[in-house]
Design a protein around this ligand. Sequence first.
Ligand code: NAD
Length: 432
Amino acid sequence: MAQSEENAVAAEESNAEPESETALETARRQLERAAGLVDVNPGIIERLKHPTKVQRVAVPLKRDDGTVTVYTGYRSQHDDVRGPYKGGLRYHPNVTEDECVGLSMWMTWKCAVMDLPFGGGKGGIVVDPKDLSLGEKERLTRRFAEEVRDFVGPEKDIPAPDMGTDAQTMAWFMDAYSMQEGETQPGVVTGKPPVLGGSYGRAAAPGRSVAIIAREVIDHYEMDIEETTVAVQGFGSVGANAARILDDYGATIVAVSDVNGGIYDPDGLDTHAVPTHEEQPEGVMKYDSPAEISNEDLLELDVDVLIPAAIGDVITAENAEDVRADIVIEGANGPTTFAAAEILESNDVAVVPDILANAGGVTVSYFEWLQNINRRSWSLKRVNDELETAMLRAWDDVSDAKAEFDVTWRDAAYVVALSRIAEAKESRGLWP
Ligand code: NAD
């Protein structure tokens, strides 16, 4: 039996529907499905189902009132065959070990789709950052940096911001790590403030890449961007930047939302006037618009392009049948469950995966890491030009794979990623 057939049998065996999908389950099922398409040694696929290492640490914090709370933190390192582990740090009450592992797998594929010399990592602390004062958040971050210090480093594993963390969090992490190492090590994290070696354009990069890929997909389907309607769930770093850049490209953004709900104008919203999560947290509903819309209804709007850019698992087996958009561009990580993706596929909805669409974030993180190593600073124009080039190259690679294998956009992105990772694993071999 050819390797791809063997992998396909394994994929079919795994298709029993679980009651609900965790990020890890979705990631494993996507991998098994894609493994059926490429001629990769099953031993390599088996290795890729498992993270190399998962660290769980206790993070004690002295609260402002003098009491002590102990939080749980994780760092999952999925695969580093192509370079150091790379991926975000999330502060959120729903962080779990499984979620970190699933997200670290997606980081492995994302770096490979973009052909970056990194592998996949992800971590987080089980905490609601809204419950912490600024001082508490700083002390928690510094202690977490100390607990994971042996596992991270500019050549080992490089965290970045994610939900609940930001440039300031990265600055504290970098300072704590550098103090203990006895030398300033800007390359241990990315997404820092520019004054500490952070890259211009990093914060907007995931949203910018979503917009670039959306523009290319619209063109691929021979649609006119000036006549394209778009709905965006989540008006934070990813969603707001994607919406505003697509607005600048000429698209009509008819709906945007935040955690409290959304606003809707069939004639198009002025996205530059609606406050982003950073400008005014939970400010979307305070903006004067002709109509309001729930987050659930936004996902079912009759638009050309839907961009879920808030949280994972929002398009599920329950609502996928009701999605009326022709194209879904995944801005968030894992917004579509495996079961939902199959429904969308049978309804001919084109779904462009997170591992391509929002990969601008890790791509500019790579630019930041390069700038840190070389002690250079690139202009915003250079960053955006290089990002555009990198996204178009990845888009071409994925489009070619789609045409060659006649598969979904997600499968095509997995084919590109898995082929590169498998080739690297074959070349390095399995030690001992
Ligand atoms: P953010 O915190 O800047 O913004 C999140 C937005 O989503 C806010 O407007 C918030 O109000 C809204 N939101 C939160 N919960 C919601 C819910 N239940 N329903 C609807 N809206 C909700 O976050 P972000 O950095 O834009 O990240 C969004 C997603 O994109 C996450 O899945 C993240 O992992 C992913 N992502 C982020 C980056 C990055 O570098 N920022 C890169 C790649 C992927």
